[in-house]
Design a protein around this ligand. Structure first.
Ligand code: 5GP
Ligand code: ZN
Length: 118
């Protein structure tokens, strides 16, 4: 069983913010911003590559609720999902990072030439 499935089953403790039948939001153990929340579906899905429109629609509503719950909906925030090797995905259970609480930088994703690919 993957680490986030264990977290859903409460086999591993986590600092939960919001939960319903289908989704769970909890604080990232290694925060990269003053607010750094992870939002996951309770069904195991490997990554965004396997997510469908029905799940993503409900996920959007839930993420918006989470942003309100921690009061970052007006100041602003960023939603990220890492996919696979180049995306830097470490945990192979779909998760959305919700980052906020301060002005986030938007400068440096890779040392590769950003103009070089296409
Ligand atoms: P990824 O790199 O896969 O997009 O993000 C995985 C995230 O999960 C990382 O930000 C990491 O800090 C977080 N994480 C990994 N294990 C745990 C854990 O056991 N509990 C919590 N709360 N976060 C975790
Ligand atoms: Zn899982």
């Amino acid at each position: 069983m993957c680490i986030f499935c264990k977290l859903i089953n409460k086999e591993i403790p986590s600092n939960i913010i919001l939960e319903d039948d289908e989704f769970l939001a909890f604080h990232d153990i290694n925060p990269k911003a003053p607010v750094h929340i992870l939002v996951i579906p309770k069904v195991h899905i490997d990554s965004f590559n396997e997510a469908n429109s029905s799940l993503m629609g409900k996920m959007s509503d839930f993420i918006q609720e989470v942003a309100k719950e921690v009061k970052i909906e007006k100041s602003g925030y960023r939603v990220i999902t890492n996919i696979g090797e180049n995306g830097g995905q470490e945990v192979k259970h779909l998760h959305f990072h919700v980052l906020g609480g301060a002005k986030l930088s938007w400068s440096h994703f890779t040392d590769a030439d950003p103009q070089g690919h296409f």
